[in-house]
Design a protein around this ligand. Sequence first.
Ligand code: MN
Length: 271
Amino acid sequence: MPAAEETCTSAILSALASGTVQVHDLTAPLSDRTPTLVLPDPFSNLIDFSLEEVSAYNEPGPYWKHHNIHTGEHIGTHIDAPIHWISGRGGKDVSQIDPQRLVGPAVVLDFRSLAADDPDVLIDVHHLETWQSEYGRFPSNAWLLFRTGWEQYGDDRTAFLNVDATGSHTPGFTAECARYIAEKLDISGIGVETVGIDSGNAGALEPPFPMHYFLLGADKYGITSLKNLDKLPVFGAMLVVAPLPIVGGTGAPTRVLALAPQNTKKMEAQS
Ligand code: MN
């Protein structure tokens, strides 16, 4: 095609070059301080992320520095693939997720006021129905990104996991809401600010961990530990989700980027 022809991708590239589209990184830094989900006894836990030095411009490698990485799959900002859950055991591993589903419209839902009053709050179907009646329908292939304010605890493992003698207290979803998202909405997945896509107390729900159960069983995907959602408009951003394609992997640390118009007023409803 002629070089001067305007295409949809050239329009995006022009907007990136001029700064009218900004790229926001929604990914938490990955280090040995990254908060990791802690399952209660008798369940087994993943290892934390760590770097192991192999050389550092020294005798084992005089001109270079490199590390081995040690990590669980579900550490930091990461994606859950269908085979992570028993309901999706016949489904895709993380390397098999269609790239077309990893790029799509971001919709940002702000439920900070609910979570501020109650860290155990469960978002329910009626919250999503009220939200849609106010703001509009979710676009096809969307990623629903839930703001709960939990990002503010991302540098403090204790506050982020919020565990006491009665378990973990972080916001999530009712089983009915998880089923509604999985079965009624034409979306690719959800993203949350917390350490997991279910609430801290979701082991006591029926089924246990219902967002995992319904979402992953319906070939939809979940992303955790997102940050910078305050940089995005309610509608109009494009999400780019880039997990490591680990063959047989049930999930993977994931870089999550969002392209958003520079001048969009934050968190305002579409007129
Ligand atoms: Mn996970």
